[in-house]
Write a protein that binds this ligand. Sequence first.
Ligand code: NAP
Length: 275
Amino acid sequence: MIDETGNAVASAVSKNLEVDGLDAKYSRETVLSVRRWSDSLFSFVMTRPAHFRFTAGQFARIGLEVTGSAPIVRAYSVVSSPFAETLEFFSIVVPDGAFTSRLKDLKVGDHLLLERIPYGYLTLARYQEPVPQDLWLLATGTGLAPFLSILQDFAVWQNYQHIVLAYSVRTIEELAYVHEINALAATFAEDGGATFQFIPIVTRDSSFALHERLPVLIQSGLLEQSAGIQLDVARSHVMLCGNPQMVDDTRSALKARGLIMNRRGVGNIAVENYW
Ligand code: NAP
């Protein structure tokens, strides 16, 4: 799509954005692939412009153009590594949602707007004290996305001794990226690097090994038992991303264990609500 007519398309595109007054804020990118995990979950990959630099854990603002009015824009954490040549995102279809009900029909060759700068502070750079030892990444649903980016950085595997990824979904069909997660340790863990524990949780299937919500698993000690390490105010960096109620409830459960919110570099808990 890009190779045959790439240059011509690119100049036509920037001209259109200029006419629309959008070019200062957005670039227009091309969808390269779409992967559907279930009726309501999909991922897409699009071109990455050279100017778009981000830190693992940050989000982009993606826009759909609407004839005659301002684009509809939503925030999406980047799944890809900051070193990747393309940008991948993980999305849920929100029933009757203005954005995702249109986005769900996305196909290769479609165009999306990409705001020129990334956003967000769910990055490992925010942690200074305690020094990196144990990293806990706790996600629900599409809140997994920023953690996939973070886990694709060799420096993370070198800096931490233990990495735990807990990923809670409602049904087993919603467990996306499992193959990729299992491949991460094989790709990134080197001798002397971090150990890795992946803890899938399926909350609406009582036959699944772990099927209670994250705060309950923290209170009962089952999360730590599965991880093989303890939550510890002197060692743990805990990142939460996903359902806002999960973030609230899990934060409370962690605080009850003596962990504190990370502010100005100090503290254990960093959070991002996903909608
Ligand atoms: P979800 O309801 O967020 O469930 C995902 C996981 O989070 C499940 O394991 C669920 O457990 C758990 N969970 C929910 N509340 C929790 C809490 N208070 N504490 C701990 N864990 C909790 O499911 P989803 O499929 O990701 O999203 C559901 C709906 O949220 C969507 O249909 C959509 O309408 C909306 N959503 C909107 C956006 C947006 O950008 N606007 C993005 C994502 C989702 P249980 O099974 O026990 O509930």
